[in-house]
Design a binder for this molecule. Structure first.
Ligand SMILES: [Ca+2]
Ligand SMILES: [Ca+2]
Length: 302
């Protein structure tokens, strides 16, 4: 259907409507009526066609309007989204800058802490390498360990961190080693793993030990050479009358050839029942003994 035909149909429709309503007097005259009839005649063949056409026109208009609305609203949405995006773009760099700043600060702190750690480690190493200095005293005394054979006049004293009992000094380690490494540690300091001959000595040592869940300390006894026959590190055999094994020990439970003392949190445990045997390769703390050089004023070591 062409536009010309559409115009004709619309005019026809309009004329038909006027004709049916008949608002004007002149339209009632037979001439006018005749004239109108002539105009209407093209649509006369199908009386429903004008309504269809009007509907089509209106539908077309509606579609066009709808399209216009859709286009306008989409443009509006875009214009609304863009400011949000631009706002995010404005805030994002700020956040990133802040985060970068924080990362830089943390890296700096980490570096400082690492430097501090290195310094402390060096200090610890230096302290470990330096032999314990003698305690300052008004009366001049020599250190005991390296000069044991050269007995100075007067009463010898124990090095720092060593505890005096009768003629011996005892060192309670804070680190753990195997039994043989513990013995070597003590030997390097002029002593040996503790040899315990009396209940008093055993109690003295036990009182110096730190309590713990199962705090174990090697001392100088082993049955490595002959199973069940216990010898001290000086080669003498253990006198069973002055042995302080826990009940049921030693039991050589898992090939256990070295002796240790246990001090636990249980307060009713007693020092004279605190010896156990364990595999010598286990890492326990240990007790060193340093025998002081005999002087005339002190009794010889029992
Ligand atoms: Ca054994
Ligand atoms: Ca055992």
């Amino acid at each position: 259907m062409t536009a010309e035909n559409g115009t004709t149909f619309c005019e026809g429709m309009y004329s038909k409507l006027i004709d049916s309503d008949g608002p004007y007097d002149e339209m009632n005259s037979p001439n006018v009526r005749e004239q109108h009839v002539v105009h209407v005649s093209p649509a006369k063949g199908n009386s429903r066609q004008p309504y269809k056409l009007a509907t089509a026109c209106l539908t077309g208009l509606c579609v066009i309007l709808l399209l216009v609305l859709v286009v306008m609203s989409s443009r509006r949405n875009v214009s609304e989204v863009i400011p949000d995006a631009s706002a995010q773009q404005q805030t994002l760099p700020v956040n990133i800058t802040e985060l970068m700043e924080q990362i830089k600060n943390l890296e700096k702190e980490n570096k400082e802490l690492e430097t501090e750690k290195d310094i402390l480690e060096k200090r610890v190493k230096a302290l470990e390498a330096t032999p314990s200095p003698p305690r300052p005293s008004p009366a001049r005394e020599t250190t005991v360990a390296p000069a044991a054979s050269r007995s100075p006049p007067g009463l010898p004293k124990c090095p720092a961190d060593w505890h005096r009992f009768q003629d011996s000094c005892y060192y309670i380690s804070r680190t753990t080693l195997t039994w043989s490494s513990s013995q070597q540690f003590c030997q390097r300091r002029g002593g040996h793993l503790a040899i315990i001959h009396t209940a008093e000595e055993q109690t003295f040592i036990w009182n110096k030990l730190v309590r713990g869940h199962w705090n174990a300390y090697w001392f100088g006894i082993t049955d490595e050479k002959a199973e069940g026959t216990w010898h001290w590190v000086d080669g003498t055999e253990l006198d069973m009358n002055t042995a302080f094994w826990e009940e049921g020990e030693p039991n050589n439970h898992i090939d256990e050839d070295c002796g240790y003392i246990v001090k636990t949190q249980v307060l009713n445990r007693v020092p004279i029942k605190s010896w156990y045997d364990a595999p010598c390769e286990m890492h326990w703390r240990f007790v060193c003994e340093l025998e002081l050089p005999a002087v005339s004023t002190t009794a010889p070591h029992a």
